[in-house]
Design a protein around this ligand. Structure first.
Ligand SMILES: [Zn+2]
Length: 382
């Protein structure tokens, strides 16, 4: 039976199974005191106090990624600048720095952390298509001793203090970015926050700023693809129209299935597909099923929901070439708000079994779990 071989491929130890297009590893280390070199069980033991605001039950570490065969990730530097948000006792941990210079300093600190883990052989920052290719070959031959590959991304462009400074960021390894995170940035309008913790009006849709319009041609000149996740509808339309380079979306689900502004409309998904981009599905229950709420049981969302979103994008595309995973695991939530089948990050590959049961071919399953992202970044990295 052909389905058996795809599933066994993803249960074999010591091979690259997954490319995860969205993690916040440095934020977890530096904001949530999570040593990314520990095992997930050690992190959980240290956090025996349980879930605190913005930090759920841990699912990710370098060790966990290696054990689970996740050989490449996009991981963020993230720091917002929102001078219009007042610093109160309640939101002091919401990383809304009053000036971009501070967001710059924080994000550079996050990069310093990745670089230190690189010198210790834990991570490998992949800056070119050639280094990605060599990295994949090494994972194929000696997965046990190969570091986890990391393509550096920025979630919200506020750490770039002025558009021209993008050149400096590119020189230190930044390869892609999102213009905004939740709410408005200095570059674009971002999708509204799930709850109104950002101190902004709930509906934040609006156009790009002048800085955003100035940044796009520099991105294109540097050959950086644009990640349209978190970009509010009006800004999405304007950015997709103005930007001449490759577009994709690292961690966004389908609005047709889970109706909320944070998810992409069919028209947006089609725009990304038509320009040969990839959409990564986040494994956050609320984005997969709009009825899921803060106090819902995690079992309410299963991998069948993830497969529904994957199916939807494949239907729009007419193939399985434009969808992947961008889990966002530990991105402000943990295992308690991720699908029923997931305890730690290594359980993401169990999705292969669900896709197999739905009749996806071996090739298509491999494409969704890693191949589409590998192709996209092989084509877009310098
Ligand atoms: Zn995000």
């Amino acid at each position: 039976m052909e389905s058996a071989s795809a599933v066994s491929l993803f249960t074999m130890p010591g091979m690259m199974k997954l490319f995860d297009a969205h993690l916040d590893m440095a934020l977890n280390a530096l904001d949530h005191e999570r040593d990314q070199t520990l095992s997930v069980s050690a992190l959980r033991e240290r956090e025996a106090g349980g879930v605190v605001d913005g930090r759920g039950i841990a699912t990710v570490s370098v060790d966990e990624l290696k054990q689970g065969g996740c050989g490449v990730v996009l991981s963020t530097v993230i720091a917002r600048s929102k001078p219009w948000v007042k610093a109160t006792r309640e939101n002091i941990h919401d990383f809304n720095w009053p000036d971009p210079s501070m967001a710059y300093g924080v994000a550079m600190g996050q990069l310093a952390y990745y670089r230190l883990l690189q010198t210790r052989g834990q991570l490998r920052i992949l800056e070119s298509a050639g280094s990605l290719k060599r990295h994949l070959a090494e994972w194929g031959s000696s997965p046990g001793t190969t570091p986890v590959g990391l393509v550096l991304t920025m979630e919200g462009a506020d750490p770039i203090v002025e558009p021209e400074q993008l050149r400096d960021w590119h020189a230190v390894g930044l390869r892609t970015l999102m213009l905004a995170h939740f709410g408005k940035s200095h570059y674009a309008h971002g999708t509204p926050a799930p709850e109104s913790r950002q101190g902004e009006a709930h509906d934040t849709d609006g156009p790009l700023t002048d800085r955003g319009r100035a940044l796009l041609p520099i991105m294109h000149e540097l050959g950086m693809p644009l990640d349209l996740t978190h970009t509010a509808d009006q800004s999405f339309a304007e950015a997709a129209d103005l930007f001449e380079g490759r577009i994709y979306s690292s961690h966004t689900a389908c609005r047709a299935i889970a109706a909320m502004p944070r998810n992409h409309t069919d028209a947006q998904l089609k725009q990304i597909i038509e320009r040969d981009g990839v959409i990564g599905l986040p494994l956050f229950n609320h984005f997969l099923n709009a009825a899921y709420e803060e106090d819902s049981p995690k079992e309410m969302v299963t991998y069948a929901y993830v497969a529904d979103h994957i199916d939807h994008i494949c239907q729009l595309a007419g193939s399985a070439k434009h969808v992947g995973i961008g889990s966002d695991a530990d991105g402000g939530f943990g295992k308690e708000h991720m699908p029923a089948e997931l305890d730690t990050h290594r359980d993401i590959v169990k999705l292969a079994e669900v896709l197999s049961q739905r009749g996806y071919s071996d090739d298509d399953i491999v494409a969704v779990m890693r191949g589409n992202w590998i192709n996209f970044f092989s084509e877009t990295l310098p």
